[in-house]
Design a protein around this ligand. Structure first.
Ligand SMILES: C[S@@+](CC[C@H](N)C(=O)[O-])C[C@H]1O[C@@H](n2cnc3c(N)ncnc32)[C@H](O)[C@@H]1O
Length: 338
């Protein structure tokens, strides 16, 4: 039976032939008996598979943010039997989960710890040069966001950490406790688009030392006027800190360029963003590439959005946008998208 979006369902490793559904997308966490251990539901899975042209003809794919391997698993299933996948993540815990969840694909998968900004070098190290598709699913995973000790969570009480790579030098604690009021204000403005950036920066400097995510979240709640929105008042401050700690915008710049350079003709880069700063940057980088003398095009000028059904099942998909860049077959085939 064809799936609702016209994708042919493919054999899942270790199970019978099934269409994609919330459960097959990792909605049921489990930690024992060799079953998948992921709880993260891959966002816009069907749209990603289609945009990457992952099909039975195979090819080499690179997932630069492999996480628990949710998208990677689907790419491998759809590109079966020959498709290969290189998975990269900065977080060693995520790679452990991916290793478990993708073990049934054997040597069709290679996993490496690293930064997707270095994907050209990593690809060379594992013996590949060109790929048919690259996926960057930006931001943090469900497991990271809900693990208090990682310090990403607004709701738990953990250390102010927020590093994807636990060995990288800068933590949120250093920023919150040692940056000046002006530096904090500028950070919350530029990377959080926080309207009360100055007020929050002043309150932080007065309240220091601040040790936990809970202390910081409560301080922001006390500092800003109540807003009539469903998002937590400290969301933008946490976003700004996470982006700074992990140098997310500069990684996106380097990653999009590196990915574009390793696409084979007809190959595609898919980027899923979750907030406007990321999306604006990805949009402008892709448009620059498409407008340059290089041989790239945009299969769709507008971002691809999740369906209302997906958003109802997975609230994390609510803000997701998928953008696609394609390396064209021939320079003369370059044309403006509709
Ligand atoms: C949204 S999750 C990906 C989830 C994955 N698509 C799945 O379906 O399981 C994003 C992942 O990207 C990783 N990450 C963030 N920035 C990275 C970077 N610059 N290089 C490599 N991995 C990164 C995070 O550690 C996290 O595991």
């Amino acid at each position: 039976m064809a799936s609702p979006l016209g994708l042919a369902p493919r054999r899942r490793c270790g199970s019978s032939r099934k269409a994609l559904g919330p459960k097959s997308l990792g909605g049921s966490p489990s930690s024992s008996g060799g079953k998948p251990v992921q709880a993260h539901i891959p966002v816009m899975a069907e749209q990603v598979i289609r945009a990457l042209n992952a099909g039975p003809e195979g090819g080499v794919f690179l997932d630069g943010t492999v996480g628990s391997g949710g998208h990677a698993r689907l790419i491998l299933e759809h590109s079966s039997p020959e498709g290969r996948l290189i998975g990269i993540d900065r977080d060693p815990d995520a790679l452990d989960r991916a290793r478990k969840n993708l073990s049934c694909f054997g040597d069709r998968v290679v996993l490496r710890r690293g930064n997707y900004a270095d994907l050209g070098r990593i690809l060379g190290e594992v013996g590949f040069f060109w790929v048919k598709g690259v996926l960057l699913d930006l931001g943090a995973s469900y497991e990271q966001l809900t693990s208090a000790p990682r310090g990403f969570s607004l709701k738990g009480c953990g250390p102010l950490d927020m590093r994807f790579d636990p060995e990288s030098p800068l933590t949120a604690h250093q920023i919150v406790n040692f940056w000046s009021e002006v530096e904090l204000r500028d950070l919350f403005r530029s990377k959080g688009e926080e309207p009360y950036a100055g007020r929050i920066a002043r309150a932080i400097v007065r309240a220091r030392p601040i040790q936990t995510t809970q202390q910081l979240a409560e301080l922001v709640v006390r500092t800003v006027p109540a807003r009539r929105t469903r998002i937590h008042p400290a969301t933008r401050v946490f976003q700004a800190l996470r982006m700074e700690v992990n140098q997310e915008l500069s990684n996106i710049r380097r990653g999009v360029e590196a990915a574009a350079q390793c696409l084979e003709p007809g190959g595609r880069l898919c980027v899923i963003t979750y907030h406007s700063l990321e999306d604006r940057l990805v949009k402008s980088l892709m448009r620059e590439k498409a407008a340059s003398k290089e041989c790239f095009g945009l299969p769709a000028r507008k971002p691809i959005l999740p369906s209302p059904e997906e958003v109802a099942q997975n609230p994390r998909a609510r803000s997701a946008k998928l953008r696609v860049l394609e390396r064209l077959m021939q320079p003369e085939s370059k044309s403006q998208p509709p």
